[in-house]
Design a protein around this ligand. Structure first.
Ligand code: AHR
Length: 506
């Protein structure tokens, strides 16, 4: 198939917020316990955190991490996780029917995040609790000293406040499964008042109000409108969540869910604009896509298990073995985030370790990168700067998820220093190579500096990185693509392949 494309330095979409490449981790399954934290593991540091996992995390250069939930947060008492570890209560986690030992709480997690070089984005419990608990937690984290909660923090050995800037106003409160599920207006009022209380702690604090749990919720998108009508003036972002699957093994439809996500983003943007207009407001609210990932391989099996199990501690839950198809999908989805970086400012891969995660860690054993680790890493490393429009002229297909889906999916980013353009390209055709020609005349002279590829070698698209074969899917150096006269990128991209093409500008 022949594909023509063009990209020009003057056709910018938006500055990309670095936090587009953030992550999420929850007290759930083995994400925290035996994921990032496992005292006694051969690689554990003095604080009990696994350094093999930490190394994999650091290599992703994650800007921010949402913590501690998720559904977990909606019945969580943050005070259970502070003070001497031996006196912390063991509680039942109602969200995942598990036992929570509270051996990791805010101070341990903050230490880990600092070591990993990641900023914290903390979620407040607006399910079983409310404003009073929220303001106490913010005081514990952010106030310097001289008050009950700040001095308690100092007595726990943390002299300096964490100065956390991002606060999530609960989690998925539109969902009937959520502890403390609410009606839209009721939640919007609570979010408004909580946001005002949180922001009273000082300048620079941003709050994120809960949008719909997904675009199949019966209350979507009216939830967004009603919630924003209550709290538009006091919040900064509205959250979106979406998980993806391919149980029917229809690869093209799976890949069409990238476009479906574009529609979802556009609809939320529409709800924001509607409320903004109704309020005659000058203020903008942006999107925080704070849970996204592929989640289906073990979904059915897991949901049967956890609903009936007997409150285990750190059980195996949602431990997906991601395959090549998932990696290609994640590459394309991140392209969509780059293309919509005008509205989506923060996005969090859900989750980070063991639970629907780019990193897996065996209890007492090894850690490895799943297939989706790599496109996420490429986007995080090379997707910072200015998103540029890439116009693509390629054959298209229709599927259940979307119509007119281009077989070639592309995003382009001009680096912050202005001397590098990165093209992220997915050929989602099942059998044909893309004979690609990209017009680069808008950049002066360009040279192909680096080319990485995932897939495109034929074979089984459902081959996964597993404990036995942890490196089956990984990137390799690309070939068959070059720049002619500094002005035209040409090459052949095999079917079912994802490419990172880094162009040095002179
Ligand atoms: O990430 C797993 C769960 O998915 C989260 O706890 C919840 O917010 C969402 O439904």
């Amino acid at each position: 198939m022949k594909v023509r494309a063009s990209i020009h330095k003057d056709f910018a979409i938006s500055e990309i917020d670095d936090r587009l490449y953030s992550a999420f981790i929850e007290h759930m399954g083995r994400a925290i316990y035996s994921g990032i934290y496992e005292p006694g593991h051969p690689t554990a540091n003095a604080d009990g955190f696994r350094t093999d996992v930490l190394d994999l995390v650091r290599a992703l250069k994650i800007p921010a991490i949402r913590y501690p939930g998720g559904n977990f947060v909606s019945a969580y008492n943050w005070e259970d996780g502070i003070g001497p570890k031996e006196t912390r209560p063991v509680r039942l986690d109602l969200a995942w029917r598990s036992k929570e030992t509270n051996q990791v709480g805010i101070n341990e997690f903050a230490g880990w995040a600092k070591d990993a070089g990641i900023e914290m984005m903390l979620a407040l419990n607006l399910g079983s609790r409310g404003i009073d608990d929220a303001r106490n937690f913010v005081e514990y984290c952010n106030h310097p000293s001289g008050t009950h909660w700040s001095d308690l923090r100092r007595s726990h050995g943390v002299e300096q406040p964490y100065d956390v800037k991002m606060w999530c106003l609960g989690n998925e409160l539109d969902g009937p499964w959520q502890i403390g599920h609410k009606e839209a207006k009721e939640y919007g009022r609570l979010a408004d008042e909580t946001s005002k209380a949180v922001k009273a702690f000082g300048k620079g604090i941003e709050t994120i109000v809960c949008g719909s749990s997904n675009d199949a919720m019966p209350t979507y998108p009216d939830w967004e409108r009603q919630v924003l009508e209550e709290c538009y003036d006091s919040v900064d972002y509205i959250s979106l969540h979406k998980y993806f699957g391919n149980s029917s093994h229809d690869t093209l439809n799976f890949f069409g869910k990238i476009e479906e996500t574009g529609r979802y983003i556009q609809s939320i943007a529409g709800a924001i604009d509607f409320v903004k207009a109704r309020k005659r407001s000058k203020k903008d609210i942006y999107i925080c896509f704070d849970e996204w990932n592929v989640w289906y391989h073990r979904r059915e099996q897991d949901s049967k298990n956890w609903r009936s199990w007997d409150w285990p501690e750190a059980p195996e839950l949602l431990e997906e073995d991601y395959n090549l198809e998932d990696a290609l999908f994640v590459g394309g989805l991140l392209n969509e985030f780059i293309r919509r970086s005008d509205r989506v400012k923060i996005a969090c891969i859900a989750q980070l370790v063991n639970v629907i995660a780019p990193i897996r860690a065996e209890r007492g054993g090894k850690a490895w990168a799943t297939s989706i680790y790599y496109p996420y890493q490429f986007a995080s490393l090379y997707g910072r700067g200015t998103a540029l429009r890439v116009s693509v002229d390629a054959p298209t297909y229709n599927c259940q998820a979307a119509d007119d889906v281009s077989y070639l999916d592309a995003a382009g980013v001009l680096s912050k220093s202005g001397d590098m353009v990165t093209l992220f390209v997915l050929n989602r055709h099942l059998s044909e190579a893309a004979e690609l020609a990209v017009d680069l005349t808008g950049f002066g002279d360009a040279r192909l500096a680096e080319h990485f590829v995932i897939g495109g070698e034929g074979g089984d698209i459902r081959a996964a990185n597993t404990s036995d074969n942890p490196e089956r899917i990984k990137p390799r150096a690309g070939s068959g693509v070059g720049v002619e006269d500094g002005k035209r990128l040409r090459g052949s991209l095999p079917p079912l392949s994802y490419h990172v093409l880094r162009l040095a500008l002179t």
